[in-house]
Design a protein around this ligand. Structure first.
Ligand SMILES: Cc1cc2nc3c(=O)[nH]c(=O)nc-3n(C[C@H](O)[C@H](O)[C@H](O)COP(=O)(O)OP(=O)(O)OC[C@H]3O[C@@H](n4cnc5c(N)ncnc54)[C@H](O)[C@@H]3O)c2cc1C
Length: 377
């Protein structure tokens, strides 16, 4: 029987889409070139930050709010924990995007938050040593999501709801006409009424969009401090620290004993077929040097390992999410620019709306796949 919807890519966003489609009774075929969760794309590494006072734009707040609801609903259905509330600390100068952007979003949406001067940051969170001209915005609801568990739960529940998941099958091409869509794989063609494209780092080759997408490598570093109790969820928040113009580091409390601290910026282009290069010694020492003046207990601790991962960046670092400009029966979700995971369940809901009803009540104008970047240079 011909499928209702084919979902290409069953990672963070595609797994959520497959689940929401199947749960709404749609006949879904999902395809992934690997076996998600895996470490070849954007979701590996054990933990992802979730926060509501969104420095990247107040427009994201209703979407994060809905994501919190859907993460909790997923936990109830799956019978496991994927989201842990830890509190979140945005650090930097008062005018930095990390602090001022989070404050703008918090004020626009009446979100609970506290502004802390550097002495208050040091007293409340003794692991952090901000400079005298830096402040912290604390948000209690922030926390971490476990990406591997979340993707596995979405896929398991999708299959239980009837989705046909083809794992280890690469999609080579696709076409769409008014009569439906055809997806080409080494195992033959697949046909359906509609198509969802969520191929992560492979989006530049597969989506045929005009939005310029850059695939870059980032490294996640894992540490263990001598007194690890200070870094457990409950005592240690998720954090983002803007320490210079365009320079941001972030970290999360211990998951399985490993505390994450990494740099958000970088510029190393990657061919996703070749994969990201392993961590280099100088990257570990640079991270340790960065931590030495800001989180000295971590810098003095043991390095446990590092994992590379892929960012797919748009020029404005806003997502690409909507109907394909050339094909109204194709929805696309890509270009999550290093901050998409927390939104996975609402993206799944939005993609389901788009391919079943042609529109969504969620606010996604910011993510228009047809937007122009001529003015951005
Ligand atoms: C180091 C790092 C840290 C991050 N930290 C955070 C954070 O703290 N908070 C947050 O919210 N976000 C964070 N992100 C971003 C977030 O993880 C990504 O935005 C999100 O995982 C992107 O999901 P995706 O579905 O687009 O890609 P993926 O999860 O990689 O899924 C894409 C899938 O498509 C499959 N695929 C590709 N091409 C094909 C094909 N031709 N045929 C079949 N299958 C195909 C791939 O195998 C893959 O499984 C981070 C990302 C990285 C790399």
């Amino acid at each position: 029987m011909r499928a209702g919807v084919i979902v290409v890519g069953l990672g963070s966003m595609g797994a959520a889409a497959a689940y929401h489609l199947a749960a709404r009774g749609v006949r879904v075929v999902g395809v992934d070139r690997f076996a998600p969760p895996h470490e070849r794309g954007a979701h590996g590494g054990g933990s992802r930050i979730i926060r509501m006072a969104y420095m990247e734009g107040a427009e994201y707040v209703p979407l994060v709010r809905r994501s919190y609801e859907l993460w909790r609903a997923l936990e109830l259905t799956a019978g496991e924990t994927v989201l842990t509330t830890t509190g979140g600390l945005m650090l930097g100068r008062p005018e930095s995007a990390a602090v001022a952007g989070a404050l703008t979003a918090a004020q626009a949406h009446g979100l609970p938050h506290e502004l802390l001067n550097p002495a208050e940051v040091r007293r409340r969170f003794p692991s952090f040593t901000p400079a005298d001209d830096e402040v912290g915005l604390f948000e209690e609801i922030a926390g971490l999501v476990r990406p591997e568990q979340a993707i596995a739960a979405h896929l398991r529940l999708a299959a239980t709801a009837g989705a046909d998941l083809r794992i280890g099958l690469a999609v080579e091409d696709w076409s769409a006409t008014e009569d439906g869509v055809t997806v080409t794989t080494a195992a033959g063609d697949l046909h359906a009424d509609r198509l969802v494209l969520a191929p992560g780092a492979w989006a530049p080759a597969l989506t045929r969009l005009r939005v310029p997408l850059r695939v870059q490598r980032r490294v996640q570093h894992y540490w263990r401090a001598a007194d690890g109790t200070w870094f457990e969820p409950g005592r240690f928040p998720v954090w983002i620290w803007e320490y210079g113009p365009g320079k941001t580091a972030y970290g999360l409390p211990a998951v399985g004993g490993a505390v994450k601290a990494s740099l958000h910026h970088g510029d190393e282009a990657v061919d996703p077929d070749a994969g990201a290069a392993p961590v280099r010694e100088e990257e570990i020492s640079a991270m340790r040097a960065w931590l030495a003046t800001r989180l000295p207990a971590l810098a003095a601790g043991d390095w446990l390992g590092s994992k590379p991962c892929l960012y797919t960046l748009t020029p404005d670092e806003h997502f690409v999410l909507g109907l394909h400009p050339a094909h109204p029966n194709v929805a696309v979700a890509c270009g999550f620019s290093g901050h998409g995971f927390k939104f996975a369940p609402v993206v799944g809901e939005i993609l389901t709306d788009l391919v079943t009803k042609g529109s969504t009540p969620h606010p996604i104008a910011l993510f228009d796949p047809a937007r122009s970047f001529v003015d951005l240079g």
